[in-house]
Design a protein around this ligand. Structure first.
Ligand code: MN
Length: 471
């Protein structure tokens, strides 16, 4: 049996590779080239022939340049189902690592394949997306062959490099809802609390961008380095840079204080892959993008984390509540990646928490220490007052904020309705603070607000009251 060796090498309880069987002999001549990141990275060329895939491991891949001979090691035949296989082969299995389809299409044998396999010479024409034209393969000894491009109109010297598919992208935002969505169209992720970052990786360099387009590459040098060390040509990632507290919770306040003190212990929790090796992936369904992302990050350094998802929203939300996390994000499994806010991503929060604009502050009469911060949000271009916050501020933070505020002082109250407070110092409304609170009172004021941190990454004009719309 032709697939005996294939089956002998694999334990199908432990790998998701297809079991496969020899198919009825068909006249189809499909081929696939898979990028296999195993112990050593290589390409696998597989040519359909008589119900199996004749397979070669090509360490450097086929070249389009007739002057470059490429080693191709003849390996065991694979089942036809392997043509569509992409995935992770778990540690401890034969060929452990990741498999991605690099190219596929049809081929034309230019000489008889059965005779060619016997005498050690194959000649074929590939009609793929990336690989096009005629190749010769010669056996040099038992298993080793050489693959050489034949001079034709598709041959060219030198290696074509792919370019990043795009170098700026509006990020996808989640809509706040009060209930978990129902149905099987959703998966759930933990909501992380840090800086939303888009990472553009090209030519061994990573650029980290915030939502407003600020460059944070040098703020997180270890993450930038780890991204640039990934074994890819280029890619665009979307995720959250976070600092974890001793309980493993992402903590925005800690992120900020660590940045200030120069503690470089940050993680990039990556939840989406928008482009890879020159291809724009945004039109693909979420789960396909995430599968690719998981493979790209499979061997990444440990500060790059894959944001895993689960299908059970109730369990995820209960977990988030029990661990005092901010909330969960629900994502539609079939939806493409679309910049801006949509109903394909929903956020469900464990408590109330959002950003507000700082419009003023008050100091204690005794010692002039900052005692409260006046907060608001924009509605129809008006800054609506929503109360003041005095808790959650350490002494050091009070001092630091005071200094920041002084530069923004102005005479008039920035809020749309006058506030009668003689102690207040009004400010140009440009700073944004993240606030936790119990609820909004009937008078539209925050109850039990607590200061979480300043948001350097969000423009004040974008701060609106996050309404809890029922879905
Ligand atoms: Mn392989």
């Amino acid at each position: 049996m032709k697939l005996k060796e294939y089956k002998k090498k694999r334990n199908f309880l432990r790998t998701t590779e297809p079991v496969g069987d020899i198919a009825e002999e068909s006249s189809a001549n499909n081929f696939v080239v898979q990028l296999h990141r195993a112990r050593a990275k290589h390409f696998d060329l597989r040519l359909e022939h008589k119900g199996v895939l004749i397979s070669f491991a090509v360490p450097k891949g086929l070249s389009n340049n007739p002057k470059e001979k490429r080693l191709a090691v003849h390996v065991e035949d694979h089942p036809l189902d392997y043509m569509n296989f992409e995935g992770i082969i778990p540690k401890g299995n034969y060929g452990a690592g990741t498999v991605d389809i690099f190219d596929s299409g049809t081929y034309i044998p230019l000489e008889d394949f059965d005779k060619g396999l016997k005498k050690g010479h194959l000649k074929f024409f590939l009609n793929g997306e990336k690989l096009k034209g005629a190749w010769n393969m010669f056996r040099t000894d038992e298993q080793n062959w050489l693959a050489v491009k034949i001079e034709d109109q598709f041959a060219f010297a030198g290696k074509k490099k792919t370019k990043l598919a795009f170098d700026a992208a509006p990020v996808q935002l989640a809509t706040l809802v009060s209930r978990l969505p129902k149905g099987k169209d959703w998966v759930f992720e933990i909501k992380y609390d840090g800086y939303r970052i888009c990472a553009f990786v090209e030519n061994g360099k990573a650029r980290l961008c915030t939502r407003n387009g600020n460059d944070y590459t040098t703020k997180f040098p270890k993450i930038s380095k780890a991204l640039s060390n990934l074994d890819i040509e280029n890619a665009v990632f979307d995720g959250e840079v976070v600092a974890f507290d001793e309980n493993g919770r992402s903590d925005f306040g800690l992120l900020q204080s660590n940045l200030k003190s120069g503690k470089n212990n940050f993680f990039f929790v990556v939840f989406d892959l928008l482009a890879l090796d020159g291809e724009d992936l945004r039109a693909l369904p979420l789960l396909q993008r995430k599968e690719k992302l998981q493979r790209v990050l499979y061997k990444a350094e440990n500060m790059l984390l894959f944001s895993a998802h689960v299908e059970n929203g109730k369990e995820t939300f209960a977990f988030a509540k029990a661990h005092n996390l901010e909330g969960v994000i629900a994502k539609k499994i079939n939806a493409p990646y679309v910049g801006g806010r949509s109903n394909d991503w929903l956020k469900i929060k464990c408590g109330h928490r959002q950003e507000f604009v700082i419009g003023g502050f008050a100091t204690s009469e005794k010692n002039q220490v900052l005692s409260a911060i006046y907060l608001g949000y924009y509605e129809n271009k008006k800054l609506i007052y929503v109360g003041k916050v005095g808790t959650g501020l350490s002494d050091a933070l009070r001092q630091e904020l005071r200094q920041k505020f002084e530069k923004l002082a102005r005479k008039t109250c920035p809020f749309s309705s006058p506030i009668d407070d003689k102690n207040a110092v009004w400010l140009r409304p440009t700073l944004v603070a993240e606030i936790k609170y119990a609820e909004l009172t009937k008078d539209n004021l925050l109850r039990q607000p607590s200061f979480v941190g300043l948001r350097g990454d969000k423009p004040a004009k974008d701060v609106h009251l996050e309404v809890k719309n029922e879905d």
